[in-house]
Design a binder for this molecule. Structure first.
Ligand code: PHE
Length: 453
C-alpha cells in the first residue's frame, strides 16, 4: 500500500546514497557528448538559454514530482502508477505511463551503449598515444576509421552492454556506486583542467560568446524542442529511472533539496564540457555543427598537443565510460524491476533478457553510421530517428503525464505530505509550475515545432 515505507527492492542508506546514484544516472553521455554537439548544431547561445530555462522551470519541478511518485509507490514504475492511481481514485490506465518508460528505456539504452562503446574504444586509443601529433584531418580520419567499421562498433557495443548487464544482474551496484563516487569528482577535476587548457590554448572568448550570447535568429521551433527534450534526457526524466531511484529514497528526506543538488551538478558538468570543447573547435577551425563526433574529434586534438596528454586523455575516456555506465544501469532498471515483479524471471535472468533486447536494437544504431548511413526516414538515419523519438517525444510526454498525474489526479494533501515541503510559498510555486506552467510549456513547444502554432 502507499503507506508502506520501504521498497521490496531495497532502500538507500540515506540522502547521500540517493544523491550519488541519481547524479550517476543524470551525469553521462548526455552532458559531455550530447550537450556540446547539439549546442553546436543549434547555433549556441539562444539554444543554451532555452535549455537552462527548461532545466529550471520544467526539469527541476518534474524531477521533484517523479521522485515523489516513486517514493510514495515504492515499486516498479508500472506498479507504482497503478497503486497511486487506485489511491487517488484515478484510472488504472495510468500504469501505461510505466510501460512507456520501459519502452523508452530500451530504445535509449540501445543507442546509448553504442556511443559508450566509442568512449571505450577511445580509452585504448588515448592510452596507446594514437592522438600524439594529430592535426585536424588526423583526428577526423581516426574517428571515421572507428564509426565507419561496423564490426568494431559492434564489438565495443557488445562489451559495454555486457558490463551494464553484469552490474545489474549481480547486484554489484554498490561497488559501481562507490567507484562512481570517486570517479565523478575526478571527471569534474579533469573537465576543469581541460577548461584551463582551453583558456590558455583555445579561442576562449569566442567560445563564451558562442555559448552565452543569444542570437535568437538562430533559434528554430525544432531547436526549442531539442533543448526541452535534452533537459529531460540529461536529468534522466520521464521514463521511470528517477521514479525507481525515488522508490528507494527513505521517507523524510527533503525531495526539493536532493533534486536541486542533482540538477545543479548535472548542469555544471554540461557547461564545463561546452567550455572545454568550443575554444578548441574555434581555435582549430573545426566545425561546431560537426554532429555526434564533435567531442571525439575535438578533445583528441587537445590531448595530442598538451603535456601529459596521454595520461589525461586516457583518464578522461575512462571517466566518461564510468559516467555512461552509471547512467546505463538506470536506463535498464525500470524494465528489470518490472520483469522481476511480473514474470517468473529473477533478477539475473531479467537483466540478461533486457540487455539482450537492447543490444539487438543497438545493431540498428551501429549500422546507421556506416552500412545504413544513406538509409533515411523523414530525413534522419536510424540513430537520429531513435534519438528524436525518445528524447524529443517519449521523455517529454512521460514528463507531461507525470505533471498531470501529480497535480491533477493525486490529492493535494498526499502530495504535500510526500514532498516534505512546508505548505507555503515554495510549495505553491512548485505546484503552479507542475499544474500549469510545465504541462503548457511542453504542449506549446510540441505544437510549435510541428508548425501548428
Ligand atoms: N541522463 C543520462 C545522460 O545524460 C541519460 C539517461 C536518460 C539516463 C534517461 C537515464 C534515463 O547521459
Amino acid at each position: 500500500m502507499a503507506t508502506q515505507t520501504t521498497s521490496i527492492h531495497g532502500e538507500w542508506s540515506g540522502k547521500l546514497a540517493f544523491i550519488l546514484a541519481a547524479t550517476g544516472s543524470a551525469v553521462g553521455l548526455g552532458n559531455i557528448w550530447k550537450f556540446p554537439y547539439i549546442t553546436g548544431e543549434n547555433g549556441g547561445g539562444a539554444f543554451v538559454l532555452v535549455y537552462l530555462l527548461c532545466i529550471a522551470l520544467i526539469g527541476i519541478p518534474i524531477m521533484m514530482a517523479e521522485i515523489l511518485l516513486g517514493r510514495r509507490g515504492r515499486q516498479s514504475p508500472m506498479n507504482t502508477m497503478a497503486l497511486l492511481a487506485r489511491e487517488a481514485g484515478g484510472s488504472p490506465a495510468w500504469k501505461l505511463l510505466g510501460v512507456m518508460g520501459v519502452i523508452a528505456g530500451f530504445l535509449i539504452l540501445s543507442f546509448y551503449s553504442v556511443i559508450a562503446g566509442w568512449a571505450l574504444a577511445y580509452i585504448e586509443r588515448a592510452a596507446t598515444g594514437a592522438f600524439t601529433g594529430l592535426d585536424k584531418t588526423g583526428v577526423e580520419q581516426l574517428f571515421s576509421g572507428l564509426v565507419g567499421d561496423w564490426e568494431k562498433l559492434l564489438g565495443w557495443h557488445t562489451l559495454f552492454m555486457a558490463l551494464t548487464v553484469v552490474v545489474v544482474a549481480r547486484g554489484v551496484r554498490k561497488g559501481l556506486e562507490r567507484a562512481v563516487s570517486i570517479l565523478m569528482p575526478l571527471l569534474f577535476v579533469i573537465l576543469v583542467l581541460l577548461v584551463g587548457y582551453a583558456i590558455a590554448q583555445g579561442d576562449f572568448s569566442r567560445a563564451v560568446d558562442f555559448m552565452f550570447k543569444p542570437d535568437f535568429s538562430k533559434l528554430s521551433g525544432e531547436a526549442i524542442l531539442i533543448a526541452m527534450g535534452h533537459s529531460f534526457f540529461t536529468l534522466s526524466l520521464g521514463m521511470g529511472a528517477i521514479m525507481i531511484y525515488g522508490s528507494y529514497l527513505p521517507s523524510h528526506v527533503s525531495i526539493g533539496q536532493v533534486t536541486l543538488v542533482v540538477a545543479i551538478a548535472d548542469t555544471v558538468v554540461a557547461l564545463l564540457a561546452g567550455l572545454a570543447i568550443f575554444p578548441i573547435v574555434f581555435a582549430q577551425g573545426l566545425e561546431a555543427g560537426a554532429g555526434p563526433g564533435l567531442i571525439f574529434q575535438t578533445l583528441p586534438l587537445a590531448f595530442g598537443q598538451m603535456p601529459g596528454g596521454v595520461v589525461i586523455g586516457t583518464l578522461f575516456f575512462i571517466m566518461l565510460t564510468f559516467a555512461a555506465w552509471s547512467s546505463a544501469i538506470s536506463l535498464i532498471e525500470p524494465a528489470v524491476t518490472w520483469m522481476v515483479e511480473r514474470t517468473p524471471l529473477e533478477r539475473t535472468s531479467a537483466a540478461f533478457a533486457a540487455g539482450f533486447i537492447a543490444w539487438l536494437l543497438g545493431i540498428g544504431t551501429v549500422l546507421s553510421f556506416n552500412e545504413w548511413s544513406d538509409v533515411t526516414w523523414l530525413g534522419r538515419t536510424f540513430f537520429d530517428n531513435l534519438d528524436f523519438l525518445t528524447t524529443n517525444i517519449l521523455l517529454p510526454l512521460g514528463g507531461l503525464l507525470i505533471c498531470i498525474f501529480t497535480a491533477w489526479v493525486m490529492r493535494r494533501k498526499d502530495v504535500l505530505d510526500e514532498l516534505e515541503l512546508p505548505d507555503g510559498a515554495l510549495f505553491e510555486l512548485w505546484h503552479f509550475l507542475i499544474r500549469f506552467f510545465a504541462p503548457a510549456a511542453v504542449v506549446v513547444i510540441f505544437l510549435n515545432s510541428m508548425g501548428l502554432i
